[in-house]
Every structure is written in structure tokens, then in C-alpha cells.
Design a protein around this ligand. Structure first.
Ligand SMILES: O=C[C@H](O)COP(=O)(O)O
Length: 248
């Protein structure tokens, strides 16, 4: 496995207004020059441009993009549009979009491909529901989801994967370390199977109820290359300790 810097990314989901640029600035002041960790924040699209202006060393990303470059898709934004606004990457396939907007694995693959085409990074999310975990088939289900959500492109440097068990998101529940390690190992095998040597360089993040109290333990699990953080990324006082917990 190729070693990379840890990657800690905040997903603000549908939270944040112009007044919250002060939070980004506090995070950037404290962690923007931390050369040992890559830090990103994905604000709502309305804040991408303002956040990109104030980001310091923090990478600014979007939470989604459309697969097409332009056209009659009311309310949607293309990869080149979010790039022009200041995003250097985007989340795709978050379970909230898979559930709320009915996005399929094929939709996610097309969106990831559009980001790659636009010269941007992607954080591709996968994860099982509680029912799927309880069925005992979580690894087969999630690796299948990843295989079907990967675009045809074979280079890996633009891609990260986030393993987010749906039942761990916003619940305070986290899988035991052995289960996270087993899932990340299986996802790594899927990546190298599909991408060859490039698959070894893809960072696999964990997401789901990461907080200052559990970040050290989670980030020390084998092949956890970082974290995708929701609620705890909304305030500097909870996001900064997670950044500081990253192995270096
Ligand atoms: O994208 C982030 C995840 O959905 C995790 O959210 P959470 O940290 O609030 O559980």
C-alpha cells in the first residue's frame, strides 16, 4: 500500500451561511499550513466561491455535481461550474444523495467521470445500511457498490474513496475497529483489482460519527487514510482536534 498524507475533509451538508466564513478562517489559520495533513471542506454550493477566496491552505470542494457538462437540468451544477466557482474536488455518491435523490451506482460513476474529465478530484462514497450490516453481507455489498460506482478511467491519483456506513452517519455509532479495517482491506482489493498499481495510491477515508473523542483510534486503523466528517466539521473547536489526530 502506498503511504499518503492523511486527508481530513469536512462535509457541511446543508449548513452554513456567509457569516460562517469566520469558521473557515479559524480552521485555515490553525491548520491551513499543516503540511503533514491534507485538509478539505465542502460547504454548500452557495459558499464555494467565498470559501475558496478565504481558504488559505484548505482545499474547497463541492458536495455533488451533475454528470453532464451543460443542458436542461434545472437546479444542477456541472463539474466545470463548481470548478469555476473555486472547488478543486467534489464528493459524489454520498448516501444521503443516493437515498434522497435516488442516485444509482451508474449515476455516481458518471459524476466521478465528469470530475476527472474536468481535472478535479473526487471523493466517492460507499457504505452499507444497518439491515445490510446485520445480514452479514456488508463487505460483499459495499465492494460491489464501489466496483459499480467507479468510472472507466484507470488512473487513481484524482480519486479518494469514503467508506461511510449509513447507520453510523450522525448517530454517534461507529463500527468496531476490526470491522472498519476489514472493510478498508476489501475496498483496497477492489481498487487494485480495477485500477492496478494506481489502486494502491487511492486514499480510503472513513466517515460516520467521527469526533474529537474517537478520531485518534479511527485514524490509526490500518489503511484508514483520513476521515470524512459531517457534524464535527461545522465548528473549528471540534474539527481542529480531528485534523490534529491524523497520523503524521
Ligand atoms: O459526509 C459525512 C458523513 O455523512 C458523516 O457525517 P457525521 O460525521 O455527521 O456522522
Amino acid at each position: 500500500m502506498t503511504q499518503h498524507k492523511s486527508y481530513i475533509v469536512g462535509n457541511w451538508k446543508m449548513n452554513g451561511t456567509q457569516a460562517d466564513i469566520a469558521i473557515l478562517k479559524a480552521i485555515a489559520d490553525a491548520a491551513g499550513s499543516d503540511s503533514a495533513v491534507d485538509v478539505g471542506i465542502c460547504p454548500p454550493s452557495t459558499l464555494i466561491a467565498a470559501f475558496a477566496q478565504a481558504a488559505g491552505g484548505i482545499g474547497i470542494g463541492a458536495q455533488d455535481c451533475h454528470a453532464k457538462a451543460s443542458g436542461a437540468h434545472t437546479g444542477c451544477l456541472s463539474a466545470t461550474m463548481i470548478k469555476e466557482a473555486g472547488a478543486s474536488f467534489s464528493i459524489v455518491g454520498h448516501s444521503e444523495r443516493r437515498a434522497d435523490q435516488g442516485e444509482s451506482d451508474a449515476d455516481v460513476a458518471a459524476k466521478a467521470g465528469a470530475l476527472h474529465e474536468a481535472g478535479m478530484g473526487a471523493i466517492l462514497c460507499v457504505g452499507e445500511t444497518l439491515e445490510e450490516r446485520d445480514s452479514g453481507n456488508a463487505i460483499a455489498i459495499v465492494t460491489g457498490q464501489l466496483a459499480a460506482s467507479l468510472p472507466a478511467s484507470t488512473s487513481g491519483d484524482w480519486l479518494s474513496v469514503a467508506y461511510e456506513p449509513v447507520w453510523a452517519i450522525g448517530t454517534g455509532r461507529v463500527p468496531v475497529a476490526d470491522d472498519i479495517a476489514a472493510m478498508h482491506a476489501a475496498l483496497r482489493a477492489t481498487l487494485t483489482d480495477r485500477l492496478g498499481a494506481a489502486g494502491a495510491g487511492v486514499r480510503i477515508l472513513y466517515g460516520g460519527s467521527v469526533n474529537p473523542g474517537n478520531a485518534v483510534e479511527i485514524l490509526a486503523i490500518p489503511d484508514v487514510g483520513g476521515a470524512l466528517v459531517g457534524g464535527a466539521s461545522l465548528k473549528a473547536e471540534t474539527f481542529l482536534p480531528i485534523i490534529q489526530a491524523a497520523p503524521r
